[in-house]
Ligand binder design. Structure first.
Ligand SMILES: [Zn+2]
Ligand SMILES: [Zn+2]
Length: 644
């Protein structure tokens, strides 16, 4: 720890004017240019299309899988059978095999027997000819010719029939689906066959050790830590038996000398640690075969704010991600040791659509309910409002009721309509990948001050804070960054969240190289306390690493409104790895940048220059490895002396 006069570093020429403006001759993209009205039209046309009674008819199953449970990232051979329903499939109609379009599954193809994904199609129905053709990535169409396929007649599909087999998802998961769709009359409109066959994918061998516990504790408190052996993609459930030795810092933490993992533990176990003495502590662990880990910093003190680790945005197999809702929450709690988690599958994106499958929406809510344990592990109902026009927002509910207002429905396809539908309920919305990515946020519509006090500045898509942020977002829209809209006067606090699609909430950055996490300064792990903290913007963002960050301006916590003038500023940081720099940022850009050498823990004190009404100020911490944290901004307002 050391004290540095930040004032000395303030405004001393290392400032940055913010995002560079694009050359005048080549106008950059705008939010509008990132919108995809054609996608919305196609989705609506599909909803409105008239369907033949035979569309989606019949049933399908997995007859054989070799190996029975393939390993993530490896290959398999799958024998799938489709059996026609009462309406059959007419000549010109088709049966389609849609392999999961997520994470590396081979595209089924019939052209090259030596290449991955080679697929053989056959039927015993005499007179029926099958014409298979690859229609798109992971999508094989099988047209029926000769005569119609009648009720009870079957099509046999061997996916991975060649020596290379078919490559499977790199993320381990239960119930990975093979979707079948049927266009019974050949009019180009298809429906999915109910109850897709699924296969379970198991993780690879042990490749890394992870150790996680809470962010903060009071002296004397007993804490839950988790040790997890993961494969190289961050998958849990790795077969592992052995002894993990623990090295607690002395004095500081009291922990067992070792944790013994048996076969039934599937590579993960929780254990108790006592926070014996105040300070910043890190626990080390060592297993066989060079497995080593160090926990992120734990701050033990009698008075500081409590920080909860949350991942408020992620997807499962029920929209466009990997793994079941139940496994999602189990990973968040038992591997990532999060305090707060939300599963936010897409309303009308991926397959099948959540807003058209009430049973899937009910399953997500049931999982969210069953994992919720106030005081220990907070889960939140939610979903993603996937507007390809105005930008994506995820919606979180802080009670036990949740209503899905879809972005595809005319009544709630604009942000204002969504907020009207949510008003009065304990809900919040979060714009995400707002500066670019798949679609940028239309910030010409100001965020609702009650329902959108916070924005997600970083996720697997990169950072939307500014162009000069580490791992800034792809396909950026200049002028559309969060820093730009804070400069415009929008009062937004910051969180990060994974937006993970890999079933690894809280640890999305392990496999993806980028991710996000929310540090929430809440008094206790309950839905009410988390909601109160987010409404007060008492929260911050990290790109995945569990950086402890406490920033006080004029003695007030991050996210506060402060009066104009010069104020004392205090910054405390404890990072998992060495810090490279600490930036002080306003809407106009980086005002000062303090270079740090060889330190993980900092305590900085200084005084700001005169802050004028309308200004906003926040702190950005950058680690040597590019990991970063962003405090929520402070907002300067005349007359803010008496109130927060
Ligand atoms: Zn999104
Ligand atoms: Zn998302």
């Amino acid at each position: 720890m050391r004290g540095v006069m930040l004032a000395a570093a303030l405004g001393l020429g290392c400032g940055d004017a913010g995002a560079p403006s694009p050359p005048e001759s080549a106008p950059g993209p705008t939010q509008r240019s990132t919108a995809h009205p054609e996608l919305v039209e196609a989705l609506r046309a599909d909803l409105a299309a008239e369907r033949h009674p035979g569309d989606g008819g019949g049933r399908a199953w997995l007859e054989a899988s070799e190996p029975e449970r393939p390993r993530a990232g490896e290959s398999g051979r799958f024998v799938l059978v489709y059996e026609a329903g009462p309406e059959g499939v007419a000549v010109g109609g088709s049966v389609q095999l849609q392999v999961s379009p997520f994470w590396d599954w081979s595209t089924p193809q019939t052209a090259d027997p030596g290449a991955p994904g080679y697929t053989e199609v056959s039927t015993e129905a005499t007179g029926v000819e099958l014409a298979p053709v690859t229609l798109d990535q992971q999508l094989l169409g099988i047209e029926v010719r000769g005569r119609a396929l009648a009720e009870g007649e079957r099509v046999r599909v061997v996916y991975g029939a060649g020596p290379a087999g078919a490559r499977v998802d790199r993320y381990a998961e239960r119930e990975s689906p093979f979707f079948f769709a049927v266009d019974a009359d050949g009019d180009g409109v298809r429906s999915f066959v109910p109850d897709s066959p699924t296969v379970d994918l198991r993780p690879g061998p042990a490749a890394q050790l992870r150790l996680h516990g809470p962010a903060t504790a009071r002296p004397g408190e007993t804490l839950r830590f988790v040790v997890a052996v993961l494969d190289r993609f961050g998958n849990a459930g790795v077969p592992f038996e052995g002894r993990i030795e623990l090295e607690p810092p002395a004095p500081g933490l009291e922990a067992p000398a070792a944790v013994e993992l048996g076969a039934a533990d599937a590579g993960r176990r929780s254990f108790r640690v006592v926070a014996a003495a105040p300070g910043i502590h890190r626990l080390r662990a060592r297993g066989p075969d060079g497995l080593e880990a160090e926990s992120p910093p734990l701050r033990v003190d009698a008075a500081g704010p409590r920080i909860l680790w949350g991942d408020l945005h992620g997807h499962s197999v029920l929209s466009d991600g990997t793994g079941t809702p139940e496994d999602y929450y189990a990973y968040a709690r038992d591997v990532a040791a999060l305090d707060v988690a939300a599963l936010t599958d897409h309303d009308h994106w991926g397959m099948p659509f959540l807003d058209r499958t009430p049973e899937n929406w009910a399953r997500i809510q049931a999982a969210t309910r069953s994992f919720h344990e106030p005081g220990r592990f907070v889960t939140l109902h939610g979903y993603e409002w996937t507007s390809w026009i105005f930008g994506h927002r995820h919606v979180l509910f802080f009670g036990d009721e949740a209503a899905l207002h879809s972005s595809i429905d005319e009544a709630t396809d604009e942000p204002g309509e969504l907020w009207s539908a949510l008003r009065g309920s304990p809900a919040l919305t979060f714009a995400h990948h707002s500066a670019g990515g798949p679609v940028a946020t239309d910030w010409s519509i100001p965020p609702d001050p009650e329902l959108e006090p916070v924005t997600e500045v970083v996720s697997v898509h990169g950072s939307s804070e500014a162009l000069d942020a580490p791992r800034s977002i792809y396909s950026p829209v200049p002028g559309n960054f969060v820093r730009d809209v804070v400069a415009r006067g929008y009062r937004l606090g910051f969180v990060g969240s994974g937006d993970g699609h890999d079933g690894h909430p809280g640890l999305t950055h392990l496999a993806a190289g980028a991710g996000g996490l929310a540090g929430i300064l809440a008094a206790e792990p309950t839905r009410a306390a988390v909601l109160e903290a987010l409404r007060a913007r008492r929260c911050y963002a990290t790109s995945g690493p569990r950086i402890l960050l406490d920033v006080r301006l004029a003695g007030r916590p991050m996210g506060s409104v402060v009066p104009p003038g010069a104020h004392p500023l205090e910054v405390r940081v404890a990072a998992p790895v060495e810090i490279e720099r600490v930036d002080l940022v306003t809407g106009a850009g980086v005002q000062s940048s303090l270079a740090v050498e060889g330190e993980r823990d900092l305590h900085l004190q200084g005084e700001t220059p005169e802050l004028a009404p309308g200004e906003a100020l926040y702190v950005r911490v950058v680690q040597r490895d590019g990991g970063a944290a962003w405090s929520s901004p402070f907002f300067v307002e005349a007359g803010a002396g008496a109130t927060r």
